[in-house]
Design a protein around this ligand. Structure first.
Ligand code: NTF
Length: 812
């Protein structure tokens, strides 16, 4: 606790305002209050941070480093105050000083240093590691620009740069003294040293200075403070050092160098699960891996232990294939700098590295052109070649003459370096992120690898931090749970199951209903402030928020809404519970189909929201710039959670868990972690529909699906698809949505939107029916909350810790 009581907080805070800003409290702006408060919190955390690091060093504790190109951490003020136990005191104190903490929290920029699930998972993991007392840290990139800011103009997505650092970042500390150099380009010279050993020397390289910016990750006990270290790329000021032998005194050349260096940590690639074959992206990856490893080895060196002890003291985790270069880079450091032989280095590396796969979408499998890797990273490429040669030899020993297998499994094949293959071969653990996903990896996508390394594959179902997604995002629900089952669930989220006892308790049900309504009112106000439209808080809030992707099927959702609208137009007295459909989604700027779907949602929204016939039965809102902070407003207010991906495609999903924890009921396919939700909830407490993963994969393999048959055979489908092409109902001119129409019919509906349409429509009718029975609905909602503790990332992290990283919590 930073402040023992409210009065002390008020006094300390007022003093700081005056001391730091030179103005009286009355003149302080919201931004001033945020900055001062943020600084006070960080200072306090600083003490525990130093103490945590001292303790880790002194006890020679094993450290795990989570390498990730994305950490979507969200705003930190509220969560830090929560974890430090200061939230209430600060809220009340500020109130008395004339400020609302909620408004102050809005002053904090929301750093968009991630695209979606993968980056947000990394952030939840950071919170759980610190909260459970594990010595676990993040290694990432300090992008100057995060994911673009989305504006909706005339129904279209417009992307603006997200310069989140404009007003500085109160949480980070620049650690100049911990900088390291990363080398690109050049060539490798081979020589023999005095003892007859081969030595490899990297010549004529370009040097990039990597400067770390550390953010303290404050655990829920406040005392464990771990580190998220994000690297920033800077130029080296002496040109001779910067270019090595290629140096010239040419000033223009230097400026060019400086620009190209700084571009490395300039922006986050805005692609979610699509492969981007850009040189800059490869540079970013190597930059992070090399800088991270050099600083880890430097820390290890201080322990004064032999390098053979490295795997006992350090675990390295790679979040998807993006940081796979950790494998050859660590080989390079151990062999070229620490003078270790190949076999010993390889043994150490593979015992240290573990890898998580986050998708089976083939577009996402990273492959780099051989010439690009060879030129940019000459020494690292040599090492990858050697890893590949040794591994292919082993393959041929085990499967003599099996050229087909070699072609599938080689790391370098044809003109490409396949990063997933390198990641599997170079690590001791490969995990999927939900049971079904891991099953598909083992039985299909990575079958040959599973055969060769049967002990390597394992499942770790994703999780979410209940501290951000329940305690902080839904304080009223938190209070109600505290009053009902006590407070132990906060540190033991599985104990939420104690709520089951109350699922039929009428007074508890009513209280749950009241909390939901209050959250809906708050969201309704937010929507009104943005869209200028009143939202009916008694309608069903039906929400789909996530990245826009064909496989996530926002299209299925909007086609269903068009169908509902058609029904109402045909029979305006139709008896349905009013629905408010809410969307939030960013599309990758180059993903044209996804952007068309955004335009379609907005077009339908415009028509429906302005049609008097609809008479309050349907409202549709597309909330722009979906982000962590917006999610925190939306999710607690949802009645229905849309998790409707084509079965087999969504590796896990984590939004599904957040909605469940906040009492929304899910309409979903048997995909990703939905399957595990269903295991606990059963058919009564979840609305399932659509093809199974098995059926989908079967169609992909054997064919037999004809989208056009459904178009011809189901009048509802024909009606909505024709509306995409004809001016009329939705005031489009046919040009706009032709691409969508063709993707469904001419390209035979890759994601089975039409195939699942009928069952989706029926399931929504069931939801309408279920919502009318309020006690039953609330009972289901309570059962969802009660089971959601299983999805706390605390459980997930405990399993990573004991089953993959072999670390235990550190007592402070
Ligand atoms: C995402 N993958 C998956 O699409 C989600 O299902 C999953 O919940 C999250 O990872 C977290 O595991 C990606 O973002 C990527 F980049 F791998 F495609």
């Amino acid at each position: 606790m930073l402040f023992t009581d409210k009065e002390r907080f008020k006094a300390a805070f007022t003093d700081k305002i005056v001391d730091q800003l030179g103005k009286p409290l009355e003149e302080a702006s919201g931004a001033d209050v945020f900055n001062i408060l943020g600084n006070m919190v960080r200072e306090q955390a600083g003490r525990n941070w130093a103490e945590t690091n001292r303790r880790y060093r002194q006890g020679q504790e094993k450290q795990v480093y989570y390498f990730s190109m994305e950490f979507l951490i969200g705003r930190l003020l509220g969560n830090n105050l929560l974890n430090m136990g200061d939230l209430e005191v600060v809220r009340d104190g500020l109130e008395e000083l004339g400020f609302r903490l909620d408004d102050i929290e809005e002053e904090e920029p929301d750093p968009g240093l991630g695209n979606g699930g993968l980056g947000r998972l990394a952030a939840c993991f950071m919170d759980s590691l610190a909260s459970l007392g594990y010595a676990g840290h993040g290694c990432g990139i300090r992008y100057k620009y995060g994911l673009f800011e989305q504006k909706i103009v005339d129904g279209y997505q417009v992307e603006l740069p997200d310069y989140w650092l404009q007003k500085g970042n109160v949480w980070e500390v620049r650690r100049e003294d911990k900088s390291v150099d990363v080398k690109f380009w050049g060539r490798v010279e081979t020589d023999v040293d005095s003892s007859g050993e081969l030595v490899f020397e990297h010549k004529d390289y370009e040097t990039v200075r990597a400067v770390p910016y550390d953010i303290p990750i404050i655990g829920a006990d406040e005392r464990h403070v771990n580190t998220l270290r994000n690297w920033s790329a800077e130029s080296v000021m002496q040109p001779s050092k910067a270019f090595g032998m290629r140096a010239g005194s040419d000033y223009h050349k230097f400026l060019e160098y400086k620009r190209s260096v700084e571009s490395i940590s300039e922006f986050l690639y805005p692609d979610d699960s699509r492969y981007e074959g850009k040189l800059l992206r490869l540079k970013q990856q190597y930059f992070m891996c090399s800088a991270g490893l050099q600083s880890i080895l430097r820390t290890f060196d201080k322990l004064g232990l032999p390098y053979t002890a490295l795997p006992d003291k350090v675990a390295l985790h790679i979040n998807d294939t993006h940081p796979t270069l950790v494998i050859p880079e660590l080989m390079r450091l151990l062999m070229d700098e620490k003078k270790m032989g190949w076999d010993q280095a390889w043994d150490i590396v593979t015992r240290m590295v573990s890898y998580t796969n986050h998708t089976i979408l083939s577009e996402a499998l990273e492959k780099w052109p051989v010439p690009m890797v060879r030129e940019l990273l000459p020494r690292v490429f040599q090492i990858i070649e050697e890893i590949n040669a040794r591994y292919c030899a082993e393959l041929l020993r085990r499967y003599p003459g099996d050229e087909g297998r070699l072609a599938d499994m080689a790391i370098i094949y044809g003109d490409q370096v396949r990063m997933a293959n390198l990641a599997i071969v170079g690590s001791h653990s490969v995990n999927g992120v939900a049971a079904l996903h891991t099953e598909i990896l083992r039985k299909r996508e990575m079958r040959l690898f599973d055969e060769m390394f049967p002990d390597r594959f394992n499942n770790k179902t994703n999780g979410i931090t209940h501290r951000r997604w329940l305690l902080h995002a839904n304080p009223q629900l938190k209070d109600l749970i505290d009053d009902t089952i006590g407070t132990r669930w906060k540190t033991h989220p599985q104990e939420l199951i104690g709520l089951i006892k109350y699922c039929e308790d009428a007074s508890f049900q009513e209280k749950i209903g009241e909390v939901k309504r209050a959250n809906k009112l708050r969201l309704a106000q937010y929507i009104e402030s943005r869209h200028g439209v009143k939202v009916n808080p008694d309608s069903i809030f039906d929400v789909q928020v996530k990245r826009l992707h064909a496989y996530k099927r926002q299209l299925l959702n909007i086609l269903h809404i068009m169908h509902l609208y058609n029904q109402i137009k045909a029979a305006p007295s139709m008896d349905i519970v009013p629905r408010t459909f809410i969307f939030g989604a960013k599309a990758a700027p180059s993903y044209h189909l996804a952007k068309r779907i955004i335009k379609l949602i907005n077009t339908v929204a415009h028509t429906v929201n302005n049609d008097k016939d609809v008479n309050g039965k349907l409202q549709i809102f597309f909330l722009e710039n979906y982000s962590v902070s917006l999610a925190e407003k939306i999710i607690p207010a949802a009645d229905v959670s849309e998790q409707i991906s084509t079965a087999s495609k969504e590796a896990s999903g984590t939004g599904n868990m957040k909605f469940m924890m906040n009492g929304a009921l899910t309409i979903g396919t048997m995909d990703g972690a939905n399957v595990e939700m269903h295991e606990m909830l059963g058919n009564e407490n979840m609305f399932l529909f659509g093809l199974s993963a098995e059926q989908v994969l079967d169609y992909y393999q054997h064919g037999g699906y004809y989208a056009r048959d459904i178009y011809n055979g189901d009048g509802r489908v024909k009606e909505v698809l024709d509306q995409l092409m004809n001016p009329g109902a939705f005031c489009c001119d046919g040009q706009d949505f032709g691409q969508i129409f063709h993707s469904l019919l001419d390209n035979n509906d890759e994601f089975f939107v039409l195939k699942d349409f009928a069952s989706y429509v029926e399931t929504h009718v069931e939801i309408d029916r279920a919502y009318r029975n309020r006690p039953e609905w609330l009972k289901k909602s309570i059962i969802n909350i009660a089971h959601s503790g299983k999805f706390s990332s605390d459980s997930t992290i405990s399993r990573y810790a004991s089953e993959i990283w072999n670390i235990r919590p550190v007592e402070l």
